[in-house]
Design a protein around this ligand. Structure first.
Ligand code: PHE
Ligand code: ZN
Length: 881
């Protein structure tokens, strides 16, 4: 395990390498425990560099077994090799030279899943961010780009499939029992995009014809027998390729594109050039085993990795501080793709829900960091929701500021100017400035300042002059290392809605820039005055969530209900309903705390049920409306001193009130919303199922009975309905025999299907209440729980810590101590996974004092451990600061 040496990497220290890498030639002789790697590298010294400067290569747990300089042995006095580096001295001043480095590595023993490892008998690599240095000594940084030639030699019977990046050169028998395959990737790439896969896999084949008529072979490799479950992924891939041509003018650039699904993977998927490696959870789907959400995730992630071919691979990052350059932009692209494939408004709602429940807490806690950080200890810990999701929001704001054509002009310039380069966020922003003749200096603060801005809003209407004045004030909270902030450029989409529901158009605006529907808040405090407005309008602000900010705006329930009914932006209607729900839920928590009976505002109930019953609205939207803010959303809105029990109780009470009031509607929806015909994962059918299933959930409250859910469970003919019915049974009636039986039926029906077993684990891990910890402990002893598999660990331990507020935040702190022990155990095998799961405690300071105390001691228990990976140490120390 790599432990922490306390070094901090600073953006300000960036400098280019002394040597330029011209070519990479790798030969792998595969062996499960002793793979030989020969690496031939051709370098020359960069012009102007000190002629005596040594060549420094990175390593991680490596041993050097051979080193040749231009094919000759090097005297040992000329180099130093440690597990972490290889330093070679006395190299030529300017002419190119060749180094041949030999290392032996043990894929079987690689439990971190970084570098070359084995998963279910398959050889597989993961190199981002710094995994390549676990394979061979190398300048392992994203600004070192070269073409790669790869030769793979392996046992013929065990490895009928041997893959790497680029185009296939050829393959044949090699010697007794062994075969070889050779690959060449002409596109210069950094080492983090290298990949190798070998083993015995099934394949699904297809082709795609690009816009200029090139035929690309498409291949998805899966375990034998699972080929049929890759059909949806293949379809999503072809749609992604087409969409990127049409929307961004981006064409694929090799004659083959391959995807491999593996069952042990730390993340979702990886965009290696021409050879994407996926967590099989994001490839495999069929109606019996995958939910609508699974299908949507597959579509989005297939697209995301494919889109990286241009945003990430052809144009890559200069250094890891620029991670959002590829991730934020590519998330924006996959969001747009999904919006075009599905319902734009519903997609936006889901994105904002995710952003607020994941990124907002990160930005408000001890792990807050700018979208483009300036220092890190462990880069693995910066694959965060801030870099990804807030990074995407920042890209979206550029599109909002510049408009569709201005954004496109900037993107076109970016692709043209920087193709083949490793660049920075500044390079990216400059393209938009140059293409639009606009200064984005203030806007760029979004990349540098952490924390979610808080915009405080008040308004005044003057009947006699017909003027409407809006006062806005922005405040960006202090975050680690950033005590004070500059005012930012916040684009707020808005509408003024008249009492008859029509949108009012002002005759003039004073006080700041307004372009179309967007108001530009650029000062700390700013007043906008709109004239020619009569009668008093209702302000709808931050429509479509044009800026990732918190709004503090004391809008009356009547005004919110007005927006919920009339706004032409569906997202804004959902936002107003959510705001109404939040008012009721937070008031409910306060009432419970003071012993008052919880009452729901009738205006909220009627607005909600009106939207839910409105047949002119798509079912998926109505289901989103009915999905109340989560317990952690409520905790975030309350802001501090949180008692998860009280939050849970208040939310349950509001659910019950909605269920009672809407019972006839829910009965109708449950009857009417069953899609006709065979299961299809399309968005419209999925929307109907989601509305029907949320109706089922409300009915379980209204009827106070498990009967309907048990029937729905028995009748379900697809995983979406089955898992939803099971969740209702298990979460609402955990002690009923029906729940126990359904859990058993579910497990035995899908015995041997690990991805379905994960659903079974996480449904049980998220059963509310203090009993959850015992349940989780028992499930960890189940034979189906494989501690070395990240998906299993996330499904059980991760779901418990991230998604079971009452179970995890037991008042006695037992679950925090349990998590601390788990983190230490997981850390021994897989530091990245341990660090990721530990972030579930990132909001510990907003708990009420007793729980916060327990959480603090659990974190201290981790911090005091004698052996701790760099990954976990970095997270735990930042959380305790
Ligand atoms: N680059 C991957 C993606 O977002 C994520 C990833 C990072 C995967 C690090 C593995 C390791 O598409
Ligand atoms: Zn990505």
């Amino acid at each position: 395990m790599r432990t922490d040496k306390g070094q901090i990497v600073n953006l300000a220290d960036y400098r280019p390498t002394d040597f330029i890498l011209e070519r990479v030639d790798l030969t792998f002789e595969l062996d499960p425990t002793n793979t030989k790697v020969d690496s031939r590298l051709i370098f020359h010294r960069r012009e102007g560099v000190d002629p005596s400067a040594p060549l420094v290569l990175d390593g991680d747990e490596l041993t050097l077994s051979g080193l040749l300089f231009d094919q000759n042995e090097l005297p040992t006095s000329q180099y130093d090799a440690t597990p972490e580096s290889l330093i070679v001295r006395d190299l030529p001043a300017s002419e190119p030279f060749e180094l041949t480095i030999t290392t032996y590595i043990n894929p079987e023993a690689n439990t971190q899943l970084m570098g070359l490892y084995r998963t279910n008998g398959i050889y597989c690599t993961q190199c981002e961010a710094e995994g390549f240095r676990r394979i061979t000594y190398f300048p392992d940084r994203p600004d070192v780009l070269a073409p790669y030639t790869i030769t793979i030699i392996g046992d013929k019977a065990a490895n009928p499939v041997m893959l790497s990046n680029g185009n296939f050169l050829g393959g044949a028998g090699y010697d007794e029992g062994r075969a070889f395959a050779a690959w060449f990737d002409p596109h210069p790439k950094p080492s983090y995009l290298f990949a190798l896969v070998a083993g015995d896999l099934g394949v699904v084949d297809d082709t795609f014809e690009t816009m200029s008529g090139n035929e690309v072979a498409l291949k998805i490799y899966v375990e034998h027998g699972k080929e049929a479950r890759a059909a949806y992924a293949m379809d999503a891939l072809k749609r992604s390729m087409k969409w990127d041509e049409e929307r961004f003018g981006r064409e694929y650039d090799l004659n083959i594109f391959q995807i491999v699904a593996v069952s042990d993977f730390n993340m979702g998927a990886m965009e290696n050039k021409g050879l994407n490696v996926f967590n099989d959870k994001y490839v495999l789907a069929d109606p019996e085993t995958a939910t609508d959400q699974d299908y949507a995730n597959i579509e989005a992630i297939i697209a995301h990795e494919y889109f990286h071919n241009w945003t990430g691979n052809r144009i890559t990052c200069r250094d890891w501080f620029q991670l959002c350059l590829k991730e934020g932009l590519t998330v924006y692209r996959d969001h747009e793709f999904s919006a075009d494939m599905r319902s734009r408004a519903v997609k936006r709602i889901a994105e904002v829900r995710h952003l607020k429940s994941e990124q907002f807490p990160e930005d408000a806690g001890p792990l807050a960091h700018p979208v483009r950080p300036t220092k890190y200890r462990e880069i693995n810990n910066f694959y965060t929701t801030t870099v990804y999701e807030k990074g995407s929001e920042v890209t979206r704001m550029i599109a909002t500021l510049l408009g569709e054509s201005g954004f496109k002009a900037g993107m076109d310039l970016y692709f043209e100017r920087h193709d083949g380069q490793a660049v920075t966020v500044e390079d990216f922003v400059t393209c938009f400035e140059d293409a639009n003749h606009r200064d984005l200096t203030q806007f760029s603060l979004w990349y540098r300042q952490a924390g979610t801005p808080l915009v405080t809003v008040s308004s005044q209407y003057d009947q006699s002059s017909g003027s409407f004045t809006l006062s806005l004030e922005q405040m960006i909270p202090a975050t680690p290392g950033q005590p004070t902030k500059e005012p930012m450029h916040i684009p707020l989409s808005f509408a003024l809605i008249s009492d008859n529901g029509a949108l009012a158009t002002p005759t003039a605006v004073k006080g700041g820039e307004v372009t179309g529907e967007v108001l530009h808040l650029t000062e700390r405090q700013q007043n906008f005055t709109f004239s020619g407005i009569s009668p008093r309008p209702v302000l709808s602000l931050n429509r479509s969530f044009s800026a990732p900010v918190n709004l503090h705006f004391d809008q009356t329930p009547t005004d919110l209900a007005h927006i919920a009914r009339y706004d032409t932006d569906l997202f804004a209607r959902w936002q107003a309903l959510t705001e109404l729900a939040v008012l009721n839920l937070t008031q409910g928590v306060r009432d419970l705390k003071t012993g008052k009976a919880l009452t729901c505002d009738p205006a909220f109930l009627s607005a909600l049920l009106e939207a839910a019953g409105d047949e002119t609205l798509e079912p998926a939207f109505r289901a989103q409306a009915l999905t109340l803010p989560s317990e952690s959303d409520i905790a975030r809105e309350l802001g501090g001193n949180n008692d998860p029990e009280a939050i849970h109780a208040a939310r349950q009470a509001v659910l019950y009130a909605v269920a009672k009031e809407g019972q006839p509607l829910f009965l109708r929806l449950f009857e009417d919303m069953k899609p006709a015909g065979a299961y299809s994962p399309d968005a419209a059918s999925a929307g109907k199922r989601s509305l029907r299933n949320i109706a089922l959930s409300y009915l379980s409250y209204a009827e106070a009975s498990h009967a309907r859910a048990a029937e729905a469970f028995a009748a379900a003919d697809n995983m979406t309905d089955l898992a939803q019915a099971l969740t209702v049974l298990a979460h609402r009636f955990p002690d009923s025999t029906q729940a126990t039986e359904a859990l058993e039926t579910f497990q035995s029906r899908f015995e041997g299907n690990a991805l379905v077993t994960d659903k079974w684990f996480s449904i049980q891990a998220t059963i509310p209440g203090a009993g959850a910890l015992e349940r989780v402990k028992q499930l960890m002893a189940d034979a189906r729980f494989v501690a070395s598999n990240p998906n299993r660990v996330r499904a059980l331990v991760g779901s418990f810590a991230f998604s079971n507020p009452t179970g995890f935040n037991r008042a006695d702190g037992e679950a925090y101590r349990f998590l601390a022990e788990q983190i230490l155990a997981i850390d021994q095998r897989n530091p990245q996974l341990a660090a990721r799961i530990l972030t579930s405690m990132r909001s510990w300071r907003s708990l009420e004092a007793q729980r916060a105390d327990h959480a603090h001691s659990a974190l201290m228990q981790i911090e005091r451990a004698t052996v701790l990976s760099a990954d976990v140490r970095d997270i735990v120390e930042r959380m305790l600061k």
